[in-house]
Design a protein around this ligand. Structure first.
Ligand code: ADP
Ligand code: MG
Length: 718
């Protein structure tokens, strides 16, 4: 047989045919490497065995039981049979029941001993175990304490996934090369890669599982940081557009306000970066909470570029945002003698041609548009500065591409997600970070309330009052797509070891039914507000449609906009005064904070109402944070603590990277340990300081691991 390698397809394993390999492919598992990195999403803790007499509290538990009676099968309905037998331990006995599984009659024999795992319930006074998991207890083979539960897809049972993963491990481990430098591994006390992979699929105990996970999470963070560092060092020797430090006074004089200290600091960082010449171009991310005044920082950078004779582009994710920026910036810049253009998909061909030629002739100092700006046949003779707003739509990969295309231009990325410092260092390791950590004075606070269904009528009256007083209302529902995630939910409530923090999940949060935006909008319009203008917006609409809906809201034609989180991206509607979030328990704190930032942008007193029927304590505590905290950074820190970095990550990196399989960044989601993040970033920096391009032959395996993570071909990397 052909030798199997990490890149061999899943199919190459004995016993895996077309159907099975297709089912794995649907989960993004294509190769043996993907298989061994297909980690359990949870573990059942079957190690703590309880006595029957203690087990009636409704939590799934393990019981060591001896079979007392021969299993008896009975047909209870045409399509349903039931097998019953009794089993006992030292404390009592129980009836064990299986439905439609007659074959178990051949498994359970009087006198044999099994470990059962399930929820003990009393039926008509007798304790019962219905369809428990079971494993025979054999004298010389101890049973594992933790049983992995894998993310499944249709047509793949847990058993099959487990067996296939085990086969991949057997095939790969003997010749597996550990890419982590031995010195680092030992110093930080990590297990070997083989041990980590084995343990994560079949942990001997909680401690080895936790060590294994730490190692794998570290790997991912470390490789990611290395990739970021490599990308940074590739720029080190390059030239950039020179902008001698400019005097911002002419622009500042046009503003109706004074810069905050934070804005002044950020501007001086930017100005310093843009000095250029034989220094690498600026690569900076400007992180600032909604409303912290990022736009004027960008305007100052654009002004400096123009003074130096350079052109700027401002890229935004939607046409509405492009229009808003154009409306804000073009008069300001025009008053300084600078010309701004706006390029939209909606422009006529003639307009587009005009803008293209004006750009090519250097008549425009700033061109605003969506990312189509970069794909078009646009030619900038003196491109100096690229600004992207709401950067989460432009990921790491796009940044790399941008860099290739416009290597001398400065890059300023603006993000409205207040992201915790450690996380920012990891995710934006290729960028310098500026923070606007101070709000302009006089900002009003958006009063926040947490309510449940019983407030519905009062809430509807409140909506009406807001509209009557001239306000506009957002109602945000969780994405319709979310309902489809259910396939990955644990099938039963249980005492499980969740991957992320290795805590035992004691309280499973119950999930109230979801409100779907479209249905809810129709209902509101018909049943509650027939006389008002209700509109809806969701992610599956075509972007022209979305823009049209949003435009109607911006122009004030719509009173109530029911939407999924697509409105999150920085649209400014000064009349919007009420934000209602349905199923608020489903959202991350930072996301809720972003949503809240959509209101209170004008002079109108504004409110945010979080509606949730979840009773779980964790959900309650999370929403309570929103009610009492208004500082985006504090909220972000809490979010990181409570939910791990997944939420930030999914909104901050491009999906191409996330979905690349194998060593993609999915592990990062599982790590809420910021010290691990810090040490990965630190080790990566130290290693690159001693071997800047990872050229040392000793680091070849590491280098290929990094390259695989970024999936950028060797040629573009060096
Ligand atoms: P964001 O960071 O969300 O992009 P903007 O740049 O849109 O925020 O600024 C929000 C509002 O605050 C704008 O109306 C802007 O004019 C105003 N603003 C910005 N800086 C200041 C300041 N230093 N003092 C007062 N108002 C400011
Ligand atoms: Mg903005």
């Amino acid at each position: 047989m052909e030798r199997l390698t990490a890149d061999s397809p899943v199919r190459a394993l004995p016993g895996v045919g077309d159907a099975r390999s297709a089912a794995f492919a649907r989960m993004g598992v294509h190769t043996l490497r993907d298989l061994v990195y297909h980690l359990p999403r949870a573990y059942e803790n079957r190690g703590r065995v309880r006595l029957l007499k203690d087990g009636l509290d409704g939590t799934p538990s393990s019981f060591l039981l001896t079979v007392a009676t021969e299993p008896r099968s009975a047909q209870i309905r045409r399509s349903m049979s039931v097998v019953r037998f009794r089993a006992f331990d030292d404390s009592g006995s129980v009836e064990v029941v299986f439905f439609n599984q007659n074959y178990v009659c051949d498994i359970f024999h009087v006198g044999s001993c099994f470990r059962f795992y399930g929820t003990l319930r009393a039926r008509r006074g007798t304790p019962q175990l219905v369809s428990p998991a079971y494993e025979p207890v054999l004298p010389d083979r101890p049973l594992p304490a933790f049983v992995p539960r894998y993310p499944l897809s249709e047509n793949l049972s847990g058993r099959i996934v487990e067996k296939t993963v085990a086969a991949a491990l057997r095939a790969l481990l003997p010749s597996l090369q550990d890419f982590l430098p031995e010195e680092i591994r030992r110093r930080l006390g990590f297990p070997t890669l083989s041990y980590a992979l084995l343990s994560v699929h079949a942990p001997a105990d909680e401690q080895s599982l936790s060590r294994a996970l730490r190692r794998l999470v570290f790997d991912e963070l470390f490789c990611f940081s290395l990739g970021m560092g490599l990308s940074r060092s590739r720029r080190a020797g390059s030239f950039s557009f020179p902008c001698p430090p400019c005097d911002p006074a002419p622009l500042l004089q046009k503003l109706p306000y004074r810069l905050t200290r934070a804005q002044e600091r950020v501007f001086s960082e930017i100005r310093d970066d843009m000095r250029g010449g034989d220094r690498p171009p600026m690569s900076r991310i400007l992180v600032g909470d909604v409303g912290s005044g990022k736009t004027v920082c960008a305007a100052l950078a654009i002004y400096c570029a123009a003074i130096a004779g350079g052109q700027s582009v401002l890229m935004v994710p939607t046409e509405i945002l492009a229009r808003q920026h154009f409306a804000d910036l073009s008069p300001l810049l025009a008053s300084l003698g600078l010309r701004t253009g706006l390029l939209l998909g909606a422009c006529t061909k003639k307009e587009k041609e005009r803008i293209c030629s004006e750009t090519a002739e250097g008549k425009l100092d700033l061109l605003i548009g969506t990312h189509a700006l970069l794909n078009d046949k646009l030619h900038f003779p003196r491109l100096c500065l690229i600004v992207t707003d709401e950067q989460h739509r432009f990921g790491v990969r796009q940044r790399a591409l941008l860099r290739e295309k416009e290597s001398a231009a400065h890059l300023l990325v603006m993000s409205a997600t207040p992201i915790p410092r450690t996380l920012a260092l990891t995710l934006y390791g290729d960028l310098d970070i500026s923070r606007l950590d101070e709000m302009p004075p006089g900002r009003q606070r958006v009063d926040t309330y947490v309510v449940n269904e019983s407030y519905r009528e009062r809430l509807n009256r409140f909506i009406r009052r807001q509209v009557e007083e001239g306000g506009q209302v957002y109602v945000v529902c969780p994405a319709i797509e979310e309902e489809e995630e259910r396939g990955n939910e644990p099938e039963e409530n249980g005492e499980e070891l969740k991957l992320d923090r290795l805590d035992l999940l004691t309280e499973r949060e119950e999930r109230p039914p979801l409100k779907a935006a479209t249905v809810y909008a129709a209902q509101l319009q018909k049943e509650v507000f027939p006389d008002l203008h209700v509109d809806f917006l969701h992610g599956k609409m075509k972007s022209a449609e979305k823009e049209a809906v949003m435009q109607r809201f911006v122009e004030g034609h719509t009173d109530i906009l029911v939407s999924t989180t697509v409105i999150e991206v920085g649209v400014n509607v000064p009349r919007a005064s009420l934000m209602i979030v349905e199923n608020a328990e489903r959202f991350g704190l930072s996301q809720l904070h972003q949503l809240r930032g959509r209101v209170g942008r004008g002079t109108r007193k504004s409110y945010c109402v979080l509606v949730s029927d979840a009773h779980g304590e964790a959900a309650r505590a999370r929403l309570e944070v929103m009610r009492t905290t208004y500082d985006g950074y504090a909220i972000a820190e809490r979010d990181l603590e409570q939910r791990g970095p997944g939420d930030f990550f999914s909104s901050s990196c491009d999906s191409g990277l996330r979905q690349s399989g194998g060593m993609s960044l999915h592990l990062l989601r599982l790590c809420s340990d910021t010290s691990l993040m810090e040490s990965a970033a630190r080790e990566a920096r130290a290693l690159l300081a001693s071997d800047p391009g990872l050229q040392d032959p000793q680091h070849t395996p590491l280098r290929s691991e990094v390259d695989r993570l970024f999936r950028i071909k060797e040629s573009t990397l060096s």
